[in-house]
Design a binder for this molecule. Structure first.
Ligand SMILES: Cc1ncc(COP(=O)(O)O)c(C=O)c1O
Length: 414
C-alpha cells in the first residue's frame, strides 16, 4: 500500500507516539483494534485536563472569564474542528451532553407527527439505545410502536440497501415523519451513501436524522451540503475523547431560527442576554440553541486536545490511509483465511470505514473461542452477539505491521 503519492498523505500509525497504548497480558504492547468502541488516549488529553484543574485551583470562579480558555466560551474551542469533521458550518455544530441525550433533544424538536405522517423509520438491528429513544418518543406522542415504528430489514446478504429505503419512501413516504439512520452500521461496519439517503428523504418530504457514532472521525461527512436535518454522535470512539466523552450535535442551517418545540435550558439562551436572567427563553441561533447547561470543562478538555490531532492529520488524508490499512486487513484475511473467516462488512471502499466485522464460518462457539484466544494474546477487539468479532484498525495510531501481526496470530490460533 502506498499513500505517499498524495500531497499531505499520512502513513498509518503516523500519530501513534501522540497516544498512550494499553499494555497486553505479558506487559507487551497490546494489538489495539478497538477504536470503534473506545479510542486511545491522546497524550495531550492529560495535559489539557491538568491545565483546567490548575486554572480552577488558581482562578476559582474567575476561570469563567479568564483569557482564551475562558469557561464561558470553552465549548467553542472545538467548534471549528467539529465543523470540519461533520462537513458543517460553525453555527451548525455544538459539543454537548451525550449521544442519546442529544438524540432525544433533537427528536423532541424534529419529530412532530401530524395526521397520517407519524411513523419513524429506522434500520432493523439498530443500536438498542436508538431504538429505545425512538420507542419512547413515539410513546410521548401517544403513538403505537407496532404501527408507527418501521424497521427496514437487511437483505439476504445481511446488508441494508439504500434502494430499499428509497422504495419504502416512494411508496409510503407520506406516512413517515422521521428517518433515523446510521452513518456506519455498528454491527456490520457497513457505510451508507448518506447523500443518496438524504436525497430520498427530501423527495419524500421526510425529516432525516443521523446517528454518526461510528462515522465521525472515521469517514468524511458533508452534512451541510447533503441537507441532513440533524445528526448526533459520541466522541469516545474515533474521536478519542475518553469514556463517556462530551458528544456532538448538528442542526442544519435552515433550522437556525427554529421556532418549534424544544427542551430549553439557560445555556441555549442567546448569549448577549443570558445573564440578564430574564424569565423568557430567547434561543441562540443554530445548534447552540439546543444547549441546556454550562459545559463540563474537565470532560471537554480531552475532546479539545484530541480534535487538534484531526486538524493536524486532515480527515481526508486519514481516510486514504484508512482505506489502505483496512483494505490490507481484508485482503490478508481473504487471501489466507477465506475458508475459515467470513468478512460481513461490504468490501467496496465506499461501503466500509475502519472496521471489519468477522464471523468464524464454523459457528458461534468457534468464533467466541477465537475471540477469547486473541484476547489472551493481547489483541483488543470486541465481540458483538451473536457471533461477530469487530476489528477496527485506526489510521491515526495503528500500523500495517500490527495488521500483519493480527492476521498471523489469527492463522496460528485457528
Ligand atoms: C451506534 C450507537 N448509537 C448510540 C450509542 C449510545 O451512545 P451513548 O451511550 O453515548 O448515548 C452507541 C454507543 O456505543 C452507538 O454505538
Amino acid at each position: 500500500m502506498n499513500t505517499s503519492d498524495h500531497p499531505g498523505a499520512i502513513t498509518p500509525g503516523q500519530f501513534r507516539d501522540r497516544f498512550r497504548l494499553p499494555h497486553g497480558p505479558q506487559g507487551h504492547d497490546s494489538l489495539y483494534f478497538c477504536g470503534n468502541s473506545l479510542g486511545l488516549q491522546p497524550i495531550a488529553a492529560a495535559d489539557a485536563v491538568a491545565a483546567e484543574l490548575e486554572r480552577w485551583a488558581s482562578l476559582g470562579v474567575g476561570g469563567h472569564f479568564d483569557g482564551p480558555l475562558a469557561w464561558m466560551t470553552y465549548h467553542r474551542l472545538v467548534t471549528d474542528n467539529l465543523a470540519l469533521l461533520a462537513g458543517a458550518q460553525r453555527s451548525e455544530v455544538v459539543a454537548m451532553n451525550s449521544l442519546t441525550v442529544n438524540l432525544h433533544l433533537m427528536m423532541v424538536s424534529f419529530f412532530q407527527p401530524v395526521g397520517k405522517r407519524r411513523r419513524i423509520l429506522i434500520e432493523r438491528g439498530a443500536f438498542p439505545s436508538d431504538r429505545h429513544a425512538v420507542a419512547s418518543q413515539l410513546a410521548l406522542h401517544g403513538l403505537d410502536l407496532a404501527h408507527d415504528l418501521v424497521e427496514l430489514a437487511p437483505r439476504r446478504d445481511g446488508l441494508l440497501h439504500e434502494e430499499d429505503l428509497e422504495d419504502y419512501l416512494e411508496r409510503y413516504g407520506d406516512s413517515v415523519a422521521l428517518v433515523l439512520w446510521p452513518g456506519v452500521q455498528y454491527a456490520t461496519g457497513q457505510v451508507f451513501d448518506l447523500a443518496r439517503i438524504a436525497r430520498a428523504c427530501r423527495r419524500a418530504n421526510v425529516t432525516l436524522g443521523l446517528d454518526l457514532a461510528h462515522a465521525i472521525g472515521n469517514i468524511p461527512l458533508e452534512l451541510h451540503d447533503w441537507e441532513v436535518d440533524f445528526a448526533v454522535w459520541c466522541s469516545y470512539k474515533y474521536l478519542n475523547a475518553g469514556p463517556g466523552a462530551v458528544a456532538g450535535c448538528f442542526v442544519h442551517e435552515r433550522h437556525a431560527e427554529f421556532k418549534g418545540l424544544r427542551l430549553a435550558g439557560w445555556w441555549g439562551h442567546d448569549e448577549k442576554s443570558r445573564f440578564r436572567m430574564g424569565p423568557e427563553f430567547k434561543p441562540s441561533k443554530g445548534a447552540e440553541g439546543w444547549q441546556l447547561s454550562n459545559p463540563p470543562i474537565l470532560a471537554m478538555a480531552p475532546l479539545w486536545a484530541s480534535l487538534d490531532l484531526f486538524a493536524e492529520a486532515d480527515l481526508h488524508a486519514l481516510r486514504r490511509a484508512s482505506l489502505g490499512l483496512t483494505g490490507h486487513l481484508a485482503s490478508e484475511l481473504n487471501g489466507r483465511l477465506h475458508e475459515v473467516i467470513r468478512i460481513i462488512t461490504p468490501l467496496e471502499p465506499h461501503r466500509r470505514g475502519c472496521q471489519l466485522s468477522l464471523q468464524v464460518r464454523a459457528g458461534r462457539q468457534a468464533g467466541r473461542q477465537l475471540f477469547e484466544r486473541l484476547e489472551a494474546h493481547g489483541v483488543v477487539a470486541d465481540w458483538r452477539e451473536p457471533d461477530i468479532i469487530r476489528v477496527a484498525p485506526v489510521p491515526l495510531y495503528n500500523t500495517v505491521e500490527e495488521v500483519d501481526n493480527f492476521v498471523d496470530l489469527v492463522e496460528k490460533l485457528l
